[in-house]
Design a protein around this ligand. Structure first.
Ligand SMILES: [Zn+2]
Ligand SMILES: [Zn+2]
Length: 254
């Protein structure tokens, strides 16, 4: 299984892109501005999008992706997410006002995209890859994913602050090779991080102690301009693990 980081920042600017991870050549986790890294051919190969939650930075390029590949794909693009996430997209984005309802185009019978509701705990098997949705603790209902194949497993936290469930679920499996986890704010923004449902470096350090596995750890979703500060605070607070900033263009083979 191949994992390519298309975007993993908390914002945009120059090389910074918002969250999108490409698994092999056919599955996206989130569809933020990182999707703009893909060629048109690469976009046409995407078959599934698994959303973590309904915030704009995680789906902003989904409407443009669907429009760009329309109507040249044979099977519909399947958008997976919690019902509340999918409802938000249908009501507020694909509503004919902000963007056309591509679940009815070019025809209702054979649309270019469709929705598939998922609940935390659900596991979807896809040609040797297994995606498990895991509830996290964000300001809107949010989820992370654990993705496993025969030769390895990685997990992505999505947006979250302090919680037990994400770590308990990861611990319930016997291995984890790679973890991408958010640290959006510096320690000085503790109040803001709690109100917006994100980790600071110290909150993340406390939660990482719950994890029994020793995966490679990559930090995502830093507030633009605060990357150096957040990473140095993470390195200060997390002394028993090697941590690395995630960035667009990283490719992992699991
Ligand atoms: Zn969010
Ligand atoms: Zn976000």
């Amino acid at each position: 299984m191949k994992l390519r980081v298309l975007g993993c920042s908390g914002g945009v600017g120059n090389e910074l892109k918002t969250t999108s991870l490409l698994i092999d050549d056919d599955i996206l986790i989130d569809a933020g501005s990182g999707v703009g890294e893909l060629t048109l051919d690469e976009m046409r190969r995407i078959r599934h999008v698994f959303l973590t939650h309904s915030h704009l930075d995680h789906f902003a390029f989904l409407p443009l992706l669907v429009d760009s590949i329309f109507p040249s794909i044979r099977d519909p693009l399947i958008v997976h997410g919690q019902p509340v996430t999918l409802e938000a997209l249908q009501t507020h984005v694909f509503n004919w006002t902000i963007w056309p309802d591509f679940s009815k185009l070019p025809t209702e019978e054979e649309p270019v995209m469709c929705y598939q509701a998922l609940s935390p705990g659900d596991v979807i098997e896809m040609e040797g890859r297994e995606l498990e949705m895991i509830a996290v603790n964000h300001i809107v209902p949010g989820a992370g994913y654990r993705v496993a194949c025969e030769s390895g497993a990685f997990a992505f936290s999505g947006d979250t602050t302090t919680n037990d469930n994400f770590w308990n679920v990861l611990n319930s499996h016997d291995h984890l090779d790679l973890l991408l986890v958010e640290a959006a704010f510096s320690n000085a923004d503790l109040d803001l991080s709690k109100r917006s449902g994100h980790y600071t470096a110290e909150l993340l350090a406390a939660d990482l102690k719950k994890l029994k596995h020793q995966p490679e750890v990559y930090i995502t979703h830093n507030k633009p301009g605060h990357e150096s500060l957040i990473m140095s605070e993470c390195r200060q607070a997390i002394t028993d693990r090697k941590i690395t900033p995630a960035q667009t263009g990283l490719i992992f083979t699991l």
